[in-house]
Unconditional design. Structure first.
Length: 176
């Protein structure tokens, strides 16, 4: 795909729940690809570097410590992470600094129902996180389609509709 014509898909179903240690954003997406293909995109470093907001130092499909390097243009920031659960191709759970991410994959016809649960400490982060993952998952789907866009990370996301997505998710989360 010509990167200059990339536009995000419409906002996905989202909700947020309050927990003792913060807030959990729940974002669901229907993907056209099998759980095995989606699992590979979630865990393999070569695929993650093409769509995720970070570059991992290893395969995330195995439990244990990892480093996720955040990328924003020329700026990078190493973030300590621990893969807590890796049950291919249905469940991946890891820390990302103080956040906790849980990716659940369920076969749905020929595709996958992906549910991301991202726990954050600050409720102001919920719509920001939703908009960021939304763009990342759009890019991941293009990668899985064999039509890669290349990663959209950091401040560059504003050029690809992040502000509109953020505003839409603010409205959606207020309605809940």
């Amino acid at each position: 795909m010509d990167r200059s014509t990339f536009r995000p898909s419409p906002p996905a179903p989202v909700e947020a729940t309050r927990e003792d240690d913060g807030w959990t954003l729940v974002l669901t997406r229907e993907l056209r690809h099998s759980p095995e293909r989606v699992w590979a995109a979630l865990t393999e470093p070569d695929q993650l570097r093409e769509w995720a907001p970070f570059v991992p130092d290893r395969d995330l499909g195995l439990a244990g410590d990892a480093t996720l390097t955040m990328v924003d243009g020329a700026t990078t920031d190493d973030v300590a992470s621990t893969v807590l659960r890796a049950e291919p191709p249905r469940l991946l759970e890891y820390t990302w600094g103080f956040d906790l991410l849980r990716w659940e994959l369920a076969a749905q016809g020929a595709g996958t129902l992906l549910t991301l649960r991202h726990r954050v400490g600050d409720p102001e982060m919920l719509a920001r996180v939703a908009a960021g993952w939304h763009l990342c998952l759009d890019v991941a789907e293009h990668l899985l389609d064999g039509d890669p866009v290349g990663p959209i990370r950091g401040m560059e996301a504003v050029e690809f509709g992040w502000n509109d997505l953020h505003d839409a998710y603010v409205r959606m989360l207020k309605e809940r």
